[in-house]
Design a protein around this ligand. Sequence first.
Ligand code: FES
Length: 99
Amino acid sequence: MALPERLILVCQSFRSGGDPKGLCHKQTNGLLQYIEEGILDRGLDCQVTGTGCLKQCELGPILVVQPDNWWFKNVNSEAAIDAILNGVEAGEPVSDYLI
Ligand code: FES
């Protein structure tokens, strides 16, 4: 199986050492599935995955597109996902959510 062109990382707030979780995971419930569907709808060559805390909690929920290294904040709605995926499709990060 070929490797994906891009990875879309979505913070799910995991931390080591028993630290309290940040809030990203609470505000992205159901959005990973929506991202997956959005990737398929647009025919993007992307893989979506959940991550540990990305240390930007005050701006969360956080989503990162690699290898572009585009970091997005306040990604807590389908409208935000649509805007970000449209930007990935166009090859330009959407400025509304860019950190
Ligand atoms: S919990 Fe998401 S950046 Fe810390």
